[in-house]
Design a protein around this ligand. Structure first.
Ligand SMILES: C[S@@+](CC[C@H](N)C(=O)[O-])C[C@H]1O[C@@H](n2cnc3c(N)ncnc32)[C@H](O)[C@@H]1O
Length: 334
């Protein structure tokens, strides 16, 4: 057997590293380490874990730079480990928990079957992700927290990089809990917002906007983007939506927006736009999850977005690179 290095072994060992990280997230170890180093025994007591097992997990996490050893048998958080706390603004704990969640894990484990059949093994077992989440409130909460954590860097990038001076009203179509819209409204006092998402998702959004002093500038509407969506706004945002749907459903959503949008409006699509070259890109990793979880969901290239938009009556105007692999695709009514 060849020496265990290179991309194949990186991927194999990556599973062990992820399992250690998800154990840390699930047991809440980072929250317990928030005030400083703890011995393995004490940490195990606080996390409700078996000390000898947890010590081995901490050793793996120390090798990854998530914690560091202090003395013979204690550990403290590094800067990367700090983001595994629940109470920090840049927390990634929910992201780790969601990737390890039962349905997501099943989806990735069954990717070979999905690829063999050309149909998601997850959908076959659980139905569409959003039906699965509606039926599993704990997973749904973790998913919403994950989306918030994932969208936080995107939200500030959209608010900073896009020119909202001509945008009087923006509808955030399937905007989740409203975190991106809130960031845009905070940064652009001349813009009003409409948060649009499914009934079970928008609960609490009114209070969320009110707590940020945005209640007067933001309306919350529950609905279905395959049905009627709020009309006549001059901007519509679709953030991390189209990658969940196949081309036919994506065109249905886009056509609905085309019917609603004012003639001089603009559509903003926040997605990972894949490079055409054979280079590493986080969007290609996310695409494996889309392949596993959704029938036809996919990350797309610029040319693929241009083709979808054209079918729905839009023209791709520009692609603005944001951060962490995401871009903002601006489209105008054709
Ligand atoms: C991947 S999340 C993206 C949330 C948010 N735009 C963001 O970037 O964080 C997809 C969102 O689509 C919403 N959604 C799914 N199906 C929908 C439908 N038929 N009508 C309206 N919203 C829907 C979900 O509730 C969820 O909030």
């Amino acid at each position: 057997m060849s020496h265990p290095t290179g991309p194949v072994w990186d991927a194999i060992c990556g599973i062990s590293r992820f399992a250690a990280l998800s154990t840390m997230a699930e047991l809440g170890c980072a929250d317990e380490l928030a005030d400083g180093p703890l011995g393995a025994e004490e940490l195990a007591v606080r996390c409700g874990a078996h000390a000898p097992s947890l010590r081995r997990v901490m050793r793996e996490l120390a090798s990854m730079g998530i914690v560091r050893s202090v003395g013979a048998d204690s550990f403290e958080l590094t800067e990367h480990g700090r983001t595994m706390r629940s109470d920090v603004p840049d927390s990634v704990r929910s992201a780790v928990r969601m990737i390890a969640e039962g349905g997501f894990w099943y989806a990735m484990g069954n990717l070979p079957e999905t690829v063999r059949q050309g149909r998601s093994a997850f959908v076959e077992k659980h139905g569409h992700l959003y039906e699965y989440l509606a039926a599993n409130p704990d997973s749904s909460r973790t998913f919403d927290d994950y989306m918030t954590a994932r969208a936080t860097p995107f939200a500030s990038a959209v608010a900073e990089r896009y020119d909202f001076s001509q945008v009087a009203t923006m509808v955030d179509v399937a905007g989740g809990k409203g975190h991106i819209l809130a960031e845009v409204l905070r940064a652009h006092p001349g813009t009003r917002g409409v948060l649009f998402d499914m009934e079970h998702v928008v609960g609490g959004a009114v209070e969320y906007f009110a707590a940020q002093g945005l209640a007067e500038r933001c309306e919350v509407v529950a609905g279905d983007f395959f049905g009627e969506i709020p009309q006549n706004a001059d901007a519509y945002l679709l953030a991390s939506i189209l990658h969940n749907w196949d081309d036919n459903d994506s065109v249905r959503i886009l056509r609905n927006i085309r019917e609603a949008i004012s003639e001089d409006g603009r559509l903003l699509i926040l997605e990972m736009v894949l490079p055409d070259e054979d280079v590493p890109h986080i969007g290609k990793d996310v695409d494996m999850r889309m392949l596993a979880i959704f029938d036809g969901g996919a990350e797309r290239t610029r040319a693929e977005y241009a083709a979808l938009l054209e079918k729905a009556g839009f023209t791709l105007n520009q692609v603005i690179p944001l951060t962490a692999g995401a871009s903002l695709v601006e489209a105008l009514p054709a």
